[in-house]
Ligand binder design. Structure first.
Ligand code: 5GP
Length: 114
């Protein structure tokens, strides 16, 4: 199964994952190979392949993805110390899974990447 389909199956609950939040628009689940103590992926329930597919028509979905990430950060209590939101796009941006996903990383000092 390709990775895009894996994310689709996770949304439907057909592949086991640690889902931390789900509503009609987004699903959030723990990354299988966490790069920080907190590493959660937030994805839209409808396929958007990458940031390049974001447009005027679907922009509210992306807003909801970001708001959900921030709500999760507050709920688990990493908001005051801080966290990182990452949205990789295509090969040069380090995107491995062709299904738009926002990384929520935290739980330790992450340093600067720029
Ligand atoms: P990208 O490099 O595309 O921005 O990030 C893809 C992320 O998806 C990686 O951090 C990777 O560990 C995660 N991932 C890939 N396959 C699975 C899976 O089957 N389950 C979960 N929970 N995470 C996955």
């Amino acid at each position: 199964m390709n990775k895009k389909n894996i994310f689709e199956q996770i949304i439907k609950g057909k592949i086991k994952s640690d889902i931390v939040y789900q509503d009609k628009i987004v699903t959030a689940f723990k990354d299988i190979k966490p790069k920080a103590p907190i590493h959660i992926l937030i994805i839209p329930n409808v396929l958007i392949v990458s940031a390049n597919q974001i447009n005027e028509k679907n922009k509210d979905i992306l807003t909801h993805v970001f708001i959900t990430a921030i709500k999760i950060a507050k709920k688990i209590g990493i908001h005051e110390k801080g966290y990182r939101l990452v949205l990789n796009c295509n090969r040069n941006g380090g995107q491995e899974v062709p299904y738009l996903h926002l990384h929520l990383l935290g739980g330790k000092y992450l340093g600067s990447i720029l």
